[in-house]
Design a protein around this ligand. Structure first.
Ligand SMILES: Nc1nc2c(ncn2[C@@H]2O[C@H](COP(=O)(O)OP(=O)(O)OP(=O)(O)O)[C@@H](O)[C@H]2O)c(=O)[nH]1
Ligand SMILES: [Mg+2]
Length: 306
């Protein structure tokens, strides 16, 4: 009982993103950790509880389970872990999206969330969290950049019910304000959804499994003559969450082999090469160069693609 009351009061967030997108940095920023979260960096899903903007917040950080480098067994384990650690359902999924890269992988992540949890998970409860925004010119607004140059990112934001934000700010006060604004946006999204937090059949099944396991552990402890206090309840909950592993997730259907584009590595190398020097140019020159590069990609692409 005490556990479920506490769970209702906290704000649960799930941080998603490709490798290096800034997930760990995001967790650090939200939780107000001093250093760059080095101690938090883990390959697998991890959960962090604390205070953010004066509120009790739990942040679940996952790894890059939607990238083409992840093998099916790992995808399944990481998705199970993500669901268990954020059960009975998060208030928001925060999708970290680096502004300086193409967003093809992130579109795939949204597809998977939609298939797994239903379209409401993306439309109502997902916030796009842009990272690497310092690469914009100081006078260029994020909105303007997205609308003018990045149809791929604009499309992502649209799919997420126009919920987006960035935590990048100069100085401690500004960063705290950016976190507060993020939590306000999450509140607003949750209010608009008409639900207390995100929920669906899969999360209900996961929560049922956790509670069943929790009861088993408690019974065992009582049988062993152990007293249980609030801290123990918390530990039991964590143990039960870690025990969730046999969810019926059809990972092969979510990630068919044909999803891995053959020419991806070529396009990525090209993008890295172009964006590497484009960002160093003044804005006006950069735009001319970008147009030229896109024309070259379009025309040249026909020659290079198999
Ligand atoms: N310039 C810049 N660097 C960033 C930003 N966000 C993160 N970084 C840096 O990018 C690197 C990767 O960031 P992380 O937060 O570890 O990214 P991650 O998504 O947790 O990476 P993995 O755990 O490897 O998947 C670190 O060196 C960060 O300091 C950003 O917005 N701008
Ligand atoms: Mg990390």
């Amino acid at each position: 009982m005490a556990t479920s009351c506490r769970l209702e009061a906290e704000l649960r967030l799930v941080v998603l993103g490709r490798a290096g997108a800034g997930k760990t940095s995001t967790v650090s920023t939200i939780m107000g950790l001093e250093q760059d979260g080095a101690a938090l960096i883990q390959e697998e899903c991890s959960k962090h509880a604390g205070q953010a903007a004066g509120r009790q917040v739990t942040v679940v950080s996952s790894s890059d389970w939607f990238g083409s480098a992840c093998i099916p067994e790992d995808r399944k384990r990481q998705l199970c872990s993500l669901l268990a650690l954020s059960s009975p359902g998060p208030h928001a999924f925060l999708l970290c999206v680096p502004l300086n890269q193409p967003a093809d992988g992130e579109a795939k992540a949204l597809d998977v969330l939609e298939q797994l949890l239903g379209p409401a998970a993306v439309q109502n409860n997902t916030v796009v969290l842009f990272t690497h925004t310092e690469e914009l010119d100081p006078e260029e607004r994020l909105e303007e950049y997205l609308l003018t140059w990045r149809k791929d990112l604009t499309e992502l934001v649209k799919r997420c019910g126009d919920h987006y934000h960035t935590l990048e700010a100069q100085g401690k006060t500004e960063t705290e304000e950016a976190v507060r604004e993020l939590l306000d946006k999450v509140d607003q999204a949750v209010n608009e959804s008409g639900m207390e937090h995100f929920s669906c059949q899969l999360y209900q099944d996961v929560e049922e499994q956790i509670q069943k396991r929790q009861e088993e552990i408690l019974k065992q402890r009582q049988a062993d003559g152990l007293n249980i206090d609030t801290e123990d309840l918390e530990a039991v909950r964590r143990e039960a969450e870690r025990g969730v592993e046999d969810l019926d997730l059809n990972v092969d259907a979510l990630f068919p082999c044909s999803d891995v584009p053959v020419s991806r590595s070529f396009l990525w190398r090209l993008w890295d090469m172009l964006s590497g020097w484009l960002w160093r140019l003044p804005k006006l020159v950069r735009r001319e160069a970008l147009l030229g590069a896109l024309v070259s990609l379009f025309v040249g692409g026909q020659l290079v693609e198999p």
